[in-house]
Design a protein around this ligand. Structure first.
Ligand code: HEC
Length: 326
């Protein structure tokens, strides 16, 4: 995970590194400016509209950005990661494209052409300010190295090419590496507020206004951290189907197996799996490597139709509520 990060880590980053398991940071320079120009390769990339973009000059200089590396044929981690970014985009609204910029760069430029990326982008309903990019393999590799997101190649193990993305403010030199399994609200808060220095305009940061800390069962916690980027419980379809009532609707054994090995069931052309796959724009549900206990707890949570414990809010909406105090 941490190969090639040495130049990115500073002594002052330890607090951040401890607070987020995957954090790294560059030292902050008060004067900002193009101090980091020499750090980032100014390679030429092409976006999903076929437009040329110089990595440093056009994409990063003077901006707050979140960058992840994906490939569209990736079975598990990339769709989950991309869906999480989609959720971050939804939370940040029109700040994306104005105050913050999101980039998903393919590590498989041979297969991920401009058309393929554009198609993938639409599946996730990516809006303005979120670009999908391709380029030369060696340029992309060098970017990944500079950003500390390079580990050995695609598909060398289970397709987990590197479960993380970086977010940073080029002007201040703050860069943070995060897991896409972080909660979308906290990622949005990090990117949209902490890194930009913007202040929230809604809600007074006051303990009196702080919501109760909700108490989640393990199943609900798993659902909120692993599934809500693609699913709701009673909030309508997102990238994946609304899961309200799914336990009553489906055969239990089918459902349990689906949660564990959806990729395998699609490969076997399980009829129901294929039907859902076609209906949901041929975006495969990722194999989230859930174990038996995870599946049991998720089934229990879904069986209750997502009804929360007494203190928690109602149906799980498509975006998680943002806590007043973070
Ligand atoms: C990256 C998006 C994504 C994530 C994350 C995801 N799913 Fe899905 N899920 C889908 C899609 C898309 C489908 C529709 C089938 C397909 O296209 O493969 C689906 C289908 C399902 C179905 C079948 C629905 C039905 O009507 O039978 C269940 C159940 C399900 N997902 C549960 C979960 C659970 C539980 C989690 C979290 C542990 C989860 N999913 C995480 C995208 C996702």
């Amino acid at each position: 995970m941490f190969l090639n990060r040495t130049r990115l880590v500073s002594a002052s980053s330890w607090a951040l590194a401890l607070s987020a398991m995957l954090a790294i940071a560059l030292p902050v320079h008060a004067s900002g400016g193009s101090r980091w120009k020499s750090h980032f390769p100014n390679v030429e990339l092409t976006n999903h509209d076929g437009e040329k973009r110089m990595f440093y000059d056009d994409l990063v200089e003077g901006k707050v950005v979140a960058i992840n590396f994906i490939y569209t044929s990736c079975p598990s981690s990339c769709p989950a990661e991309t869906a999480k970014l989609a959720q971050v985009q939804q939370i940040l609204g029109d700040a994306v494209g104005r105050d913050v910029f999101l980039y998903s760069i393919t590590i498989d430029p041979e297969n991920d052409t401009v058309e393929v990326l554009n198609d993938y982008r639409q599946k996730f309903k990516a809006g303005p300010g979120w670009e999908f990019l391709t380029g030369k393999q060696e340029d992309i590799d060098s970017l990944r190295k500079k950003l500390g997101l390079f580990i050995e190649e695609i598909q060398d193990d289970d397709g987990d090419h590197n479960l993380s993305f970086v977010a940073g403010n080029e002007r201040t030199g703050q860069w943070v590496k995060r897991s896409p399994y972080d909660n979308a609200s906290s990622l949005a808060h990090l990117i949209g507020y902490k890194l930009t220095g913007r202040r929230r305009t809604t809600g007074v940061l006051n303990y009196a206004n702080a919501p109760d800390v909700p108490v989640y069962t393990r199943g609900e916690y798993l659902f909120r951290t692993r599934c809500t980027s693609c699913h709701t419980m009673g909030g309508g379809d997102m990238v994946g189907p609304d899961l309200l009532g799914v336990v009553a609707r489906r055969d239990r054994a089918w459902l349990e197996r689906w949660l564990k090995v959806p990729d395998q069931m699609l490969a076997e052309k399980d009829p129901l799996a294929m039907e859902l796959y076609e209906k949901y724009e041929q975006l495969a549900m990722p194999n989230l490597e859930l174990n038996d206990i995870d599946v049991r707890d998720l089934m229990e949570f879904m069986r209750r139709d997502g009804r929360p414990l007494a203190s928690a809010p109602g149906a799980i909406p498509s975006t998680e509520p943002t806590a007043a105090l973070q």
